[in-house]
Design a protein. Structure first.
Length: 307
């Protein structure tokens, strides 16, 4: 494990980079402007890629995070979304012990430079998040670090969603990617052996949560510490932990996309393959130019060892 770095986010200003030695002046001295206030030091922006699940609705002998889409394992697509984003400084991959060796091989062959470590997850998603948070705490990550937690089985998250999470944490302590619900949502209750409608919320306020879900480290760490004391603690995502245990913390909504869908069943694979080509073009642009524009070029997958 290497120390978390913020070096990629630190750029010298043009003034300091090209500063010259002072020269002798013959004219009257010119009043110098007041020095600018010191900029706050940049903090690590860490992506935690959760790849420990063995979904019961998929093939347990071939977990969905290792299934190939467009000749590349799903987990690699997700890692690359952060690897090729210049604003991400570090990546942690959380995996199942049964497939850890395979994930380590894929990461090694692909040469991902930002992956700092691969650790074992737990029986449930929240256990995997807790493992990652504990590891980050053990290595002394700053309390104000930005942590983005992402499901590896959402391989085609868009660059704008990742950047939106990072930006939102300048104003909020928590943020989640989400898309507006196009369906009317009903809240139900039990009536004997049947479910009946209890309420119909305003659809304009209904969103479908996606990932990444982003937090200042101190916020998500504290929320999990409180949650660990609750015997009925079984949330399905990290935003729920903050909402339930830190109710005064506002969670910002960041625009998601339909391409950022979650692979749950084999039927989802056919749909998600449609997004692979555009994602390839976009990630090529991020890798080569570090910009959001997407020229017509595709990466040379022969270097990745994933063909």
């Amino acid at each position: 494990m290497v120390a978390f770095t913020v070096g990629r986010m630190c750029e010298e200003s043009q003034e300091s980079r090209y500063a010259q030695e002072p020269v002798q002046q013959t004219q009257a001295p010119v009043a110098q402007p007041e020095p600018h206030a010191a900029r706050p030091a940049p903090v690590p922006v860490v992506a935690v890629v959760l790849a420990a699940g063995f979904g019961t609705r998929f093939d347990v002998r071939n977990p969905k995070q290792l299934v190939a889409v467009a000749n590349k394992p799903v987990v690699c697509w997700s890692i690359e979304a952060f690897e090729y984003n210049p604003r991400i400084t570090d990546i942690i991959v959380v995996t199942n012990p049964q497939v850890r060796g395979e994930v380590e091989r894929l990461v090694d062959e692909a040469g991902y430079e930002k992956v700092r470590t691969i650790i074992d997850g737990g029986a449930e998603r929240v256990d995997s998040t807790e493992s990652a948070l504990q590891m980050l705490a053990d290595f002394g990550i700053p309390q104000d670090a930005k942590v983005l937690i992402h499901d590896s089985v959402r391989p085609f998250v868009e660059r704008s969603s990742i950047d939106g999470c990072i930006d939102a944490l300048d104003e909020f302590d928590a943020a989640t990617v989400a898309i507006p619900s196009t369906d009317t949502i009903v809240v139900t209750e039990d009536l004997g052996d049947r479910k009946v409608v209890h309420a119909v919320p305003d659809r304009g306020n209904m969103f479908r949560a996606q990932t990444p879900q982003a937090f200042r480290f101190a916020t998500i760490r504290h929320a999990y510490e409180l949650a660990s004391q609750d015997p009925d603690f079984h949330p399905t995502d990290d935003t729920r932990v903050v909402v339930d245990y830190l109710p005064d913390t506002r969670v910002a909504i960041v625009a998601g996309s339909e391409s950022n869908m979650k692979i749950t069943t084999h039927d989802d694979l056919d749909m998600i393959k449609r997004f692979a080509f555009e994602a390839t073009r976009q990630r090529a642009a991020d890798r080569v130019h570090g910009m959001t524009s997407a020229p017509s070029e595709v990466p040379d997958t022969s270097e990745s060892g994933l063909d």
